[in-house]
Design a binder for this molecule. Structure first.
Ligand SMILES: *[C@@H]1O[C@H](CO)[C@@H](O)[C@H](O)[C@H]1NC(C)=O
Length: 381
């Protein structure tokens, strides 16, 4: 059947169609424009046993910070057949979602998430222990891990996103990146305002620490890249190379627009003067400190006379307890490793030792003599 229409009717239909097109175009347009980020995003980029838990706390306890410890762990544990390089993509995408407070991205990696306690090391995040996530403490409180763990674990999972959105800074620590290039898309993403703090540690101390703590499932992933579970030295080889390469890339190959967004810190310098580094990091990321926060940092990094007879234990339940003896602990490898082990690490991690300024011990005598400093002074990076 033929429908007859005259010119007026035709024009009306045409006008309606144009209006429809125009209005849908108008509705689409604002979504295409990315508004400037209102939050600052900080990545603590580090490796295992390098002090990043402590570094994370220096941010987590700031009342302007939403902190998440190692969301990447969920990726590695869900995909244990992956290799570090293969998993960097999913890990970066997850990191981006977390920075944007879109915690739904974790659903792919956590089975049936319903409560906050399913999140790896969640009580390390003060934000998950205070409103709007948990009413048991105040936002301005400095909150202990054990206190939080016993009172805030039953928070509904959805609250994580809600809490995150109320902070000016989102800080994430990750030990599972092996290439700086993997982070480029985040550094150039207009919806992010990213700062990277790269925390490294003397490989000999990392090696000594790895002997005391099993990193079993993680070493399997690293092993996938070398066919078979690697020895501690094999893991050290990959980790050292990755840390050195990330630093050299940031130093020499980063696109100009990305300069000034990367800061290298050595763990040994951090524990020698935590307050100086706190100030430096806060300036770099636009955070403000408080007397209370500084007093807390001082307290957790110094032995008081009351607990001076307490022995520092690697197996200590509260990870922050270890920091009290951090200065001594950072030299512990010199006592505990044999000179042969020290030589092995020095040779396997030669490049990392050179670029980060760790002096090889030339003899067992030099290794044991604590008056000889094996951490060389660093210039400005
Ligand atoms: C630090 O320790 C001192 C002495 O024990 C104590 O009075 C002070 O409240 C502590 N500061 C913080 C923020 O915990």
């Amino acid at each position: 059947m033929l429908i007859r229409i005259n010119t007026t009717q035709f024009l009306i239909v045409l006008a309606l169609l144009l209006l429809l097109l125009f209005s849908s175009w108008r509705r689409l347009k604002p979504q295409e424009e990315v508004s400037a980020p209102t939050q600052t995003h900080v990545l603590i980029l580090s490796s295992w046993r390098s002090g990043s838990t402590f570094a994370g706390q220096l941010f987590s306890q700031n009342p302007s910070v939403f902190y998440m410890m190692e969301p990447a762990k969920h990726v590695w544990h869900r995909l244990p057949w992956g290799s570090p390089e293969l998993l960097q993509g999913p890990l970066r995408d997850l990191l981006r979602s977390v920075f944007l407070c879109d915690m739904g991205a974790l659903l792919a990696y956590i089975e049936e998430p319903s409560m906050v306690y399913q999140l790896f090391m969640w009580p390390m995040s003060r934000a998950l222990c205070s409103p709007p996530a948990c009413e048991a403490f105040r936002r301005s409180d400095i909150i202990g891990v054990k206190e939080c763990e016993s009172r805030c674990g039953q928070t509904p999972f959805e609250k994580i996103s809600e809490a995150c959105a109320t902070y000016s800074h989102v800080v994430v620590k990750a030990v599972r990146f092996f290439q700086m290039e993997a982070l480029y898309p985040l550094l150039t993403d207009p919806s992010l305002h990213l700062r990277v703090i790269h925390l490294v540690r003397d490989p000999r101390a990392v090696y000594a620490s790895r002997q005391a703590v099993s990193l079993h499932p993680d070493d399997l992933v690293i092993g996938n890249a070398v066919n078979g579970t690697p020895s501690t030295l094999g893991v050290m080889h990959r980790v050292c190379r990755a840390q050195a390469e990330m630093y050299l890339t940031a130093l020499h190959h980063m696109p100009p627009a990305l300069r000034g967004r990367y800061l290298l810190t050595r763990y040994e310098d951090l524990v020698r003067d935590p307050l100086e580094h706190l100030a430096k990091w806060y300036q770099f990321t636009g955070l403000t400190s408080s007397h209370r926060l500084e007093s807390w940092v001082y307290n957790i990094t110094h032995w008081s006379t009351a607990d001076s007879d307490q022995k520092p234990g690697i197996s200590s339940v509260d990870p922050l307890e270890i920091q009290k003896n951090a200065k001594v602990a950072s030299q512990a490898w010199r006592k505990h490793l044999s000179f042969q082990e020290v030589q092995d690490v020095q040779s396997i991690c030669k490049e990392a030792m050179e670029v980060f300024g760790y002096k090889p011990a030339a003899s067992e005598e030099e290794q044991r003599d604590l008056t000889k400093d094996l951490v060389l002074p660093r210039g400005k990076n």
